[in-house]
Design a binder for this molecule. Structure first.
Ligand code: PEP
Ligand code: MN
Length: 337
């Protein structure tokens, strides 16, 4: 439910309403706009219905939120959200490129690729230190050591780093080293992990599960936001279909659809959608044109020797060429890479 307050509402009246809401174990979210202050009320719907909201002094009107997702929905917040990652602002006019290796493999490689992608216009460094691999015998990532190399790359380049959290026991490590916490496709419906990410003070990059609908995806984001962390970027990374030419099928429609339904910024991951390097440029250009707020893309100095996802990694030359073309498309649609 959204409570719209009168323009002349007093602080005492606001405090009274907030008291009444919290007494029932419901959670209020106050947003102060230029003309109006509104209070979003989140919690069990049967309990919300018992609030005699219209009777409270200072209330102008009450709007029920009809969609299953509340905090992430446009009904709750009509204006686009901007999510800050370090000094980088995701959303708004900017089109943000996050780039780097699938996995942090060594200190030298991480520092080298960080400097390369930074020089070519990437604003955020990606790299997994804990990797969700299909086989337990595949490279699982360098763990804490990998996080330290990412932090060192941030010191050198100034780029904030995004890296995947798979285990709630690693939260203190991520608090220390990461700038943005990635929740991977395989964990999109790991509700315990989502709640832990929601309690963190770091922005979250939430990837769409490969078998999840947009509604399920937005409800997962709702888990993070309902714990108090509204700094969520949603990432379309391809879904499973009958098609076998690509690793997944990039659901490009998800970009404008999610933009209609939610105020949160939307990213596209062309790498995990394609699974092959030769079409990543096309998918990235499509992402810019479709209204995405950025991409997260895998770049590796020597893909043939990559410890994971080599087939879909761009070499720096391909990345440079792609950045060049993305700038042109971005300009055509009023965005800035
Ligand atoms: C990744 O970004 O490295 C990754 C594993 O992505 P996803 O969770 O989308 O498969
Ligand atoms: Mn990968």
């Amino acid at each position: 439910m959204i409570i719209v307050l009168r323009p002349d509402v007093t602080q005492d009246q606001v405090d009274h309403i907030l008291d009444e809401i919290t007494k029932l174990d419901l959670r209020p979210h106050v947003s102060t706009g230029e003309e109006r202050t509104i209070i979003g009320v989140i919690g069990e719907e049967d309990v919300i219905r018992t609030l005699p909201v219209e009777a409270y002094p200072g209330v102008e009107n009450v709007i029920p939120i009809l969609k299953p997702f509340k905090l992430v929905g446009r009904e709750f917040k009509p204006a686009n959200s901007v999510v800050k990652v370090g000094d980088v602002r995701i959303g708004g006019d900017a089109f943000t490129v996050a780039a780097g290796p699938c996995a942090v493999e060594s200190r030298e490689m991480t520092l080298r690729i960080a400097e390369t992608v930074h020089g070519l216009g990437a604003k955020v460094l990606r790299g997994g230190a804990f990797k969700p691999r299909t086989s337990p015998y595949s490279f699982q990532g360098l763990g804490e050591e990998g996080l330290k190399y990412l932090a060192e790359a941030r010191e050198r380049t100034g780029m904030p780093v995004v890296t995947e959290l798979m285990d709630p026991r690693h939260v203190p490590l991520f608090d220390e080293y990461a700038d943005m916490v990635q929740i991977g496709a395989r964990n999109m419906a790991n509700f315990t992990l989502l709640k832990e990410a929601g309690k963190m003070q770091k922005p979250v990059l939430l990837k769409r599960g490969m078998m999840s609908t947009v509604k399920e995806f937005l409800l997962s984001a709702e888990y993070v936001c309902s714990e108090g962390n509204m700094n969520v970027v949603l990432c379309e990374r391809g879904i499973r279909t009958f098609e076998t030419e690509t690793r997944n099928t990039l659901d490009i429609s998800a970009v404008p659809v999610i933009k209609q339904l939610s105020h949160l910024p939307v990213f596209v991951d062309p790498s995990h959608a394609a699974g092959r390097d030769d079409i990543i440029e096309s998918l990235s250009l499509a992402a810019v044109a479709a209204g995405a707020d950025g991409i997260i893309v895998e770049v590796h100095p020597e893909p043939e020797h990559a410890k994971s996802d080599g087939a879909q990694a761009l070499v720096p030359e391909q990345f440079a060429e792609m950045m060049h073309k993305m700038r042109a498309v971005a300009q055509a649609v009023g965005r800035k890479v």
